[in-house]
Design a protein around this ligand. Structure first.
Ligand code: MF3
Ligand code: CO
Ligand code: CO
Length: 292
């Protein structure tokens, strides 16, 4: 049976944020502030705030994923996330980030990343990545998971499983003294061994007071990126694997990235803290939802 392609839907009016919620610098202008390189290593005080932001992002992502069912629209998921984030006293980081119109990203089937929630209703057999970022305690926490909508076919199960394994293997490489490109190497190797391709245009990123900052983290092997991982760094790893070719096309909305061949794509993301002897997953939780 042929799977219908995802098409641009109707985007609901902008959701408001009450004035008592503290906003990131771009909330009105849409323009993120430049960051200082000195901010790459976090202090103990910053780390404590990152832990709180990461924990809240996790809590909201769990709420959103629990609501994924056939017939639910991605706008309804956005509404749920938006209300929950406000109730936590936090700001939904995507909202007006470089003009992004909604509070979370919802990327269905061949949508690789940055899908805009709209009136499309989820259908049995879809896969969907929900990406939640919150701004709280002056810090951003960023995480995403791909889940199944009802029963999905075997290729979808394998794609999601291998993508999750890539993130786990990558996290195992995070410790002081290892090179940043060790992360991309394990992801690319595992993806290729399973017949999937790795998206190159979108990378992991440093995170903190800024939504996106140095260091960027490629999900493929990049020999020149030999920067050493250091204690106190906080960054995301968020590999995107495609069932077909790695090539992406961005829609005229300037956000929605889809696979060029319309094969499906999956992604998982965590925000990580480099500790003295390894890593702490700031957006960690229990098992991923697709395994529950
Ligand atoms: N959460 C995405 C990331 O992982 C970024 C979304 S930017 C937005 O980096 F503007 F699309 F929301
Ligand atoms: Co991210
Ligand atoms: Co994200």
């Amino acid at each position: 049976m042929q799977r219908p392609t995802v098409v641009a839907g109707i985007i609901s009016p902008t959701r408001s944020v009450p004035s008592h919620i503290s906003r990131p610098e771009y909330a009105y202008s849409g323009v993120p502030a430049p960051y200082k390189l000195s901010c790459i290593k976090k202090t103990a005080e910053q780390i404590e705030r990152m832990r709180k932001a990461g924990g809240l992002a996790r809590e909201v992502l769990d709420t959103v994923l629990a609501a994924v069912h056939p017939g639910v629209s991605t706008d309804e998921l956005d509404c749920l996330a938006h209300q929950h984030i406000l109730a936590l006293g936090a700001y939904p980081s995507p909202l007006n980030y470089m003009g992004f119109p909604k509070s979370i990203c919802t990327s269905v089937n061949e949508v690789v990343v940055h899908g805009i929630p709209d009136n499309r209703r989820l259908m049995e057999g879809d896969i969907i990545n929900c990406d939640v970022t919150v701004y709280a305690h002056g810090m951003h926490g960023d995480c995403s998971e791909t889940v199944f909508v009802g029963e999905v076919d075997d290729e979808a199960k394998r794609l999601v499983q291998v993508t999750w394994e890539c993130l786990l293997r990558a996290i195992d490489e995070v410790c002081p003294g290892n090179k940043l490109n060790a992360i991309g190497l394990v992801i690319e190797t595992h993806a290729r061994q399973n017949g999937f391709s790795i998206v190159r245009e979108f990378t992991g990123h440093g995170i903190g007071e800024n939504f996106h900052m140095e260091p960027y983290v490629a999900h493929f092997y990049e020999s020149k990126n030999a920067m050493l991982i250091k204690e106190g760094m906080t960054f995301t790893i968020e590999p995107m694997l495609n069932a077909g070719s790695a090539e992406c096309v961005v829609w005229p909305d300037k956000w929605t990235a889809v696979t060029a061949d319309l094969a499906r794509s999956a992604q998982f993301e965590h925000t990580l803290l480099v500790t003295a002897d390894g890593v702490e997953i700031l957006t960690g939780g229990r098992e991923p939802w697709f395994l529950r």
